[in-house]
Design a binder for this molecule. Structure first.
Ligand SMILES: *[C@@H]1O[C@H](CO)[C@@H](O)[C@H](O)[C@H]1NC(C)=O
Length: 125
C-alpha cells in the first residue's frame, strides 16, 4: 500500500518535472487564443516552427550566450535586450522579468515575442 502510494507520488513528480514541454497543438491553441493580431505578419506555422527551433517546445529552457546574457523560454528571448535578469545590464525593452518569460501561461513570453517580431527584422530578431 505504502509502496503504491510512493510509486504514484514519484510518477506525479516526474510528470511535474516534464511539464516544461508543451505539445505543438497546445501551443497552437494558446497562440490562437492570444490572437497575435495576424501573428505580426507570420503564419501560425511560422510561430510553431520558431518555438521548435529555439527550444524544442521547452517552456522553461534557459541558455547562456557567449556574451554572458541568457536566452529565456520557448522563444529563447535574450536578456541582453528584452528582459531583466538582474545579472547584467539589460535594455529590458519588453519591461519583463526574465523569469516571467518561463511561466507556463506563456502570456508574458508571447507578448514580448510579438514586440520583438514586430520590429524591422521580423522573426530574424
Ligand atoms: C527544459 O529546459 C530546462 C532548462 O534549460 C532543462 O533543465 C530541462 O531539462 C529541459 N526539459 C526538457 C524536457 O528538455
Amino acid at each position: 500500500m505504502t509502496g503504491t502510494l510512493l510509486m504514484s507520488l514519484v510518477s506525479c513528480l516526474i510528470a511535474i518535472s516534464q511539464a516544461s514541454l508543451i505539445n505543438r497543438c497546445d501551443l497552437a491553441r494558446v497562440l490562437h487564443k492570444e490572437d497575435l493580431d495576424g501573428f505580426e505578419g507570420y503564419s501560425l506555422n511560422d510561430w510553431l516552427c520558431l518555438a521548435l527551433v529555439e527550444s524544442k517546445f521547452n517552456i522553461s529552457k534557459v541558455n547562456e550566450n557567449a556574451d554572458g546574457s541568457f536566452d529565456y523560454g520557448i522563444f529563447q528571448i535574450d536578456s541582453h535586450s528584452w528582459c531583466n535578469d538582474y545579472q547584467s545590464h539589460s535594455e529590458n525593452i519588453c519591461h519583463e522579468d526574465c523569469q516571467d518569460l518561463l511561466r507556463p501561461s506563456l502570456l508574458s513570453t508571447i507578448s514580448c515575442a510579438k514586440k520583438i517580431v514586430s520590429g524591422a527584422g521580423g522573426m530574424k530578431n
